[in-house]
Design a protein. Sequence first.
Length: 636
Amino acid sequence: MLSPLALPAPQEARRWLVQRCDDSLARAAQTVAELKSAQDPSAAQVVDAWNEIQIALGNASAAASVHSETHPDAAVREAGDDAMRRIDAFSTDLGLDRELSDIVGAVSDEGLDHDSARLLSRIRRDFHRSGVDRDEATRARLKELAELELAASQEFSRNIRDGVRTIRVRPEDLAGLPEDWLKDHPADDNGLVTVTTDYPDSVPLMSFCTNRATREAMTLERLNVAWPVNDEVLLRLIALRQERATLLGYATWADFDAEVKMIKTGTAIREFIDKIAAAAQDSALRDKGVVLRRMQQDVPEAQDITSVDLAYYGELVRKETYDVDAQLVRTYFDFAAVRQGLLDVTARLFGLSWVAVLDAPVWHPDVTAYDVVRDDERIGRIYLDLHPRDGKFKHAAQFDLVSGVTGRQLPEGVLVCNLTRGLMEHDEVVTLFHEFGHLIHHVVGGNQRYVRFSGVATEWDFVEAPSQMLEEWAWDPTVLASFAKNDAGQPIPAALVERMKKGEDFGKGYQARTQMFYAGLSHALYTDPQTDVTATLREQQQRYSVFPYIPGTHFHCAFGHLDGYSSGYYTYMWSLVIAKDMFSAFDPHDLFDEHVASRYRDTVLAPGGSHDAADLVADFLGRPYSFDAYAEWLAR
Ligand SMILES: [Zn+2]
């Protein structure tokens, strides 16, 4: 039986990481050398060798990335970044290696099984997209560009990680915040309370603080994280990517990037954004009017509403119109119970069990490890790293630690979040379910012969569909009642959850428009020539968002997806359309129906990237995916 990766004790991490990187690069280099010296290798030999190389490189880069984003010791994070640069340089050389590409080009795919033929075609596509067939000067520049791009990308993330801002206010300026939150934020010797831009601090403040000046001060800090430093970094990153796309013969980076996605072209991205924006128009304006009128009861002179007031008055509307008191709601969501509840729910749904591994070495005491067991067999391991700390990744994401390969290595993944330690907002519960959807995809899809297809290795604009679909379980009264209990042990009432759902549906039109503003920004930055990102931001906000820009803010500087997703932020909405469609196959009155869930697990998640996502979804639904379920939900 396969054993999980043995992680080092925290003080050993740096040495361990460098070693893992060295070993992996050596193994990859050796496999390359063997392939080059082989006499007329067969196609099967080529794909097997390629799999070895990708396993080695993937193992090194996954460990490097997890450590770079999570390790409490800055020196280890730096070692992670350094390892990433070395692996990236190796991969770039590989992609530009003519001798290798000739070997791959010379074999015939005749007689290959489906997965091997698919892998061979992917290897060839990758070679073409990395520019191996370009002249020598171009290849030299492409190599340079790859290094510069990675450096800029790492700089962008580091500036966000290290860019936490704070406000200092008097305790009376925090009126409206929950008692336990206030208790966790005592005044210092000067009588002032420090509140950071980290989510557990700033999200409740924006939702509940009755003092507009405090909300305004926090808004300005939140929307200026990593500004001005990341302004220049982002412009540089965009220019480098655009240059690469041009050298490779694409009109824009968006075209280059979209080619390997479900959406296929940059133009189709803008069309999709416009289609969603139009579909959301009526409901966006209707619900915005409701929030604005509620604000005008307090501020009669208010003409418009911005992010200073949106969360706060949105919350008030939910409370007054739908009788959803977020502060009452959070009394049902104690972190420890939610974490256990999530594990129980997903275990039941997907036929798995999560077995705590108490003696597993972890990088911080907050981290918990679980073995994933199916039919008495360990099929993977997961790590949950769920609370904020200095120098840690600031958002929520699933990181691969090891990609599963049948008979070789177990899939292992890490959830990295920034959740409250005590009573959680329901939004945080939804986030946790979302990220767990990625983790399950990674593990369940991790039984593959070729690492290239392991886990969340589908087209990148499909990856958010399984995670967004799992969010639905965090809105179901029966599911929530199984773990969400207040101090007195009473489960959350079904009627309250029904009202929460109505409250959540309120504002979905303007939220969709805000999402299209982000998607439009991500597309514009990587399509049109850029000199002033803030100007593009303002232009896209005006075009898609129904809320105005706040002068003096620079949201883009801390919007990590502008690096990671580049032109592809539309992915979330594209995936949501598919998630709503897939969810329509489940019985909304019985979300624990194991037949549908196990069919979903086996047809959509288990194949990983071994087939096109559209085919997996069609296999599950019995028909091609469509826009209808999403449009119906939006109009509701
Ligand atoms: Zn996600």
